[in-house]
Unconditional design. Structure first.
Length: 186
């Protein structure tokens, strides 16, 4: 008989003992995920199919809907499972990709919308001819490239560090950097 060892973890044997608060967090996150998923899909479909809605501000709103859809898809399920199982169970590559795909584009898009609205409201005579649709598309491309550049250190430096962590009211961040380990405190 051959001796075989494996370093893979069987996640089917996890024993999950959740408190009422953790069940409430799961329920709220599930509700947020469902609403986010369908609301952003509806916004994306509406903004793409209604030709009369094609304007610079709606291009930014379409970009925001796409980035929020991706945020809901890549943030909520993975973070929630990390909170339930107290460790990241999706492997090395998703450990690197999840922080990389979170929040950045939404924040930059909101900043671009705010700047455009600020210019139109505070300087109405100077900005009578507002941003064109082409300028909006260029701004959106810059937002995605800027996010790619600013978040690439997270993609490069993140690593999955398996560790035992027994304190009940703390949860180690599943994607730790080589220099330090961040913690979520609950």
């Amino acid at each position: 008989m051959e001796n075989v060892t494996s370093n893979k973890t069987d996640y089917a044997n996890f024993e999950v003992n959740l408190t009422f608060v953790e069940y409430a967090v799961i329920a709220v996150n599930t509700l947020i995920f469902i609403v986010s998923f369908f609301a952003n899909i509806l916004a994306i479909i509406t903004l793409i199919h209604c030709r009369r809605l094609w304007s610079p501000i709606n291009a930014f709103l379409l970009n925001l809907s796409i980035s929020d859809f991706l945020l809901g898809l890549f943030c909520i399920p993975f973070t929630l499972s990390g909170n339930i199982f107290k460790q990241f169970i999706f492997g090395y590559y998703l450990c690197k990709m999840v922080p990389f795909l979170q929040v950045g584009v939404s924040s930059w898009t909101l900043a671009a919308i705010s700047l455009e609205r600020f210019a139109v409201i505070c300087y109405p005579l100077r900005f009578r001819k507002r941003i064109t649709i082409l300028q909006a598309y260029i701004s959106i491309a810059i937002i995605w490239l800027l996010n790619l550049c600013l978040m690439s250190p997270t993609l490069i430096l993140s690593q999955l560090i398996p560790m035992k962590y027994e304190v009940r009211h703390r949860n180690v961040l599943f994607s730790a950097h080589k220099l330090n380990i961040s913690e979520f405190k609950f």
